[in-house]
Design a protein around this ligand. Sequence first.
Ligand code: OGA
Ligand code: MN
Length: 206
Amino acid sequence: MLKGARVELTDLEVEALGTRGFFTRPFFIGNEAALAARAEALARAESGVLHAAGIRRGADKTQDSSVRGDLIGWVEPEPDTALGALRERFALLGRALSEGAYLGLGRFDLQLACYPGGGAHYSRHVDAFPGQSNRRATAIWYANEAWKTEHGGVLRLHPKDLPPVDIPPMLDTLVVFLSERIEHEVLPTHARRLALTAWFYGRDSG
Ligand code: OGA
Ligand code: MN
């Protein structure tokens, strides 16, 4: 991992975010750092610390694997680990999104999600409803080596007025989209599928 390396958006990425509401980048941190982060994510998933994702907030919170079948856990800042270094890259990405795309982002949460396979999926949803939360941008990084078509598990984006776009969750792929604007879903997954998702909040958020 390049300490202090900058993350900059290309003109095409900025334009895609503005017009379509998303962009993808096939190589975010480079193979070596990606393999190290993947190894840590896998170890965490296998250690049993992840828990079933809920689908509603607060008292209404329930587990419903017919809506989403992943196991999740937060990734906090941590020195001297590959996941901590990846978290730093997400922080730099947030800065780049603010400077390059004027999103005015502040803090972010980072979540590790593991779909165990066996058809686990996440039904079509948005990450933020306008006015209800201050989540502005979603960035997802995938940690799956040798992902095959028959493993399913693509992220399907539904950009407005455009055909759906499928993104296979391949190692080191990054996808960034506007949290309120892009409906999306995870199609049934037939192999273990690891992803790290950052939700960036508006700067005015507490
Ligand atoms: C989510 C989500 C998509 C993915 O966790 O909200 O939509 O590709 N994840 O893992
Ligand atoms: Mn989502």
